[in-house]
Design a protein around this ligand. Structure first.
Ligand code: AGV
Ligand code: CA
Length: 317
């Protein structure tokens, strides 16, 4: 059966690359996208929305998809340099060649639309979140019973090792998506969902490397991979693991690929909780009193890149 998927992203380069992979899966009739929410976290809102519309128009099939803007906010914004990337991606010629298309932007908030989609769903939906989970926390706080309409939540967020925050008022133990709205992350983890989590651990195995760019460059005759190569040209590669806090990993693409094909990774069951406030806010930790989660701890690097590239190549042959 075709899995119905709601996708919430926050406009980063790998969030938009994840959208490409989802559209490829939709083209193969593996999934059906039922809605896309855009959170102004790791990007400014307007370019993230416009890039989403253009990608759907250029590479997708159905333009009747609902796209909604999130009204979530944080007192811990992402660094401005990262948030600016969406402007560059939105301006790429390959996304503008055919215009913006006819996809509508909802006049309701992403949380309101997610609530509506869950309420109206005749079968439980799969949720994929590659940015902060604020909107899902809002829905579950308003209507806890809607958890029964969620088949599974696949989320990029958290870590049990070293975090990726280098801000003066956090101790460095958190991952950014969890840190941006730690209370929301806790609500979602505590909700008792069928939760599948990609933390930083496995994403460390899939950094963006110069060799990846070179491979994509050689495949640029294909429009999908040309777009991927152009988009990832705007962010830094990993050159030394010591400076990994500024480097780009394929965090969200890995999460999306795992949702579509769990044979690419190794998982284990953990019991976890989240620190909601204070200096360690956003930190995820293992505790016997925690909530069950299927945690991705390892990925087959070559199989992952091959899966990603093959699917993109096939969608726009
Ligand atoms: O913490 C990982 C999350 C992912 O959802 N994002 C990037 C991915 O979209 C935040 C982030 C961490 N380090 C970054 C990030 C960096 N160096 N540049 C941009 N975003
Ligand atoms: Ca993201």
């Amino acid at each position: 059966m075709v899995e119905k998927v709601y996708f919430s992203h926050d406009g980063g380069v790998d969030d938009l690359a994840s959208l490409m992979l989802l559209l490829a899966a939709e083209g193969k009739k593996q999934i059906e996208l039922v809605g896309v929410g855009v959170v102004p976290a790791d990007s400014y809102l307007a370019p993230a929305i416009k890039a989403t519309q253009k990608i759907i128009h250029r590479f997708g099939k159905h333009e009747d998809l609902i796209i909604s803007a999130s009204d979530a906010t944080s007192s811990d914004p992402f660094p401005k340099e990262w948030r600016l990337d969406a402007f560059t991606v939105d301006a790429l010629p390959i996304l503008n060649e055919f215009g913006i298309g006819t996809t509508k932007i909802s006049d309701r908030s992403a949380a309101d639309d997610l609530q509506m989609l869950l309420t109206q769903a005749s079968e439980p939906l799969t949720l994929l979140f590659t940015g902060p989970v604020s909107d899902l926390a809002t829905v579950l706080t308003r209507k806890p019973e809607l958890k029964n309409k969620i088949k599974r939540l696949v989320v990029m967020g958290g870590t049990f090792g070293q975090g990726n925050i280098t801000e003066p008022e956090q101790d460095g133990t958190a991952e950014w998506n969890a840190f941006w709205d730690p209370k929301a992350f806790k609500v979602v983890v505590n909700a008792g969902l069928n939760l599948q989590m990609v933390g930083l651990e496995s994403t460390h195995e899939v950094p963006l490397r110069p060799a990846d760019r070179l491979r994509w460059a050689k495949l640029r005759q294909n429009p999908g991979l040309d777009f991927i190569g152009q988009a990832y040209a705007t962010v830094p590669t990993l050159n030394r693991f010591e400076t990994k806090s500024i480097a780009y990993f394929l965090w969200d693409v890995l999460t999306t690929a795992f949702m579509l094909n769990d044979r690419l990774v190794q998982t284990k069951i953990l019991k976890i909780d989240v620190v909601p406030d204070g200096i360690s806010r956003g930190r995820t930790f293992i505790t016997p009193t925690g909530n069950l989660v299927e945690f991705v701890y390892q990925v087959d690097h070559d199989a992952f890149f091959n899966y990603f590239e093959t699917n993109i190549l096939e969608m726009s042959k």
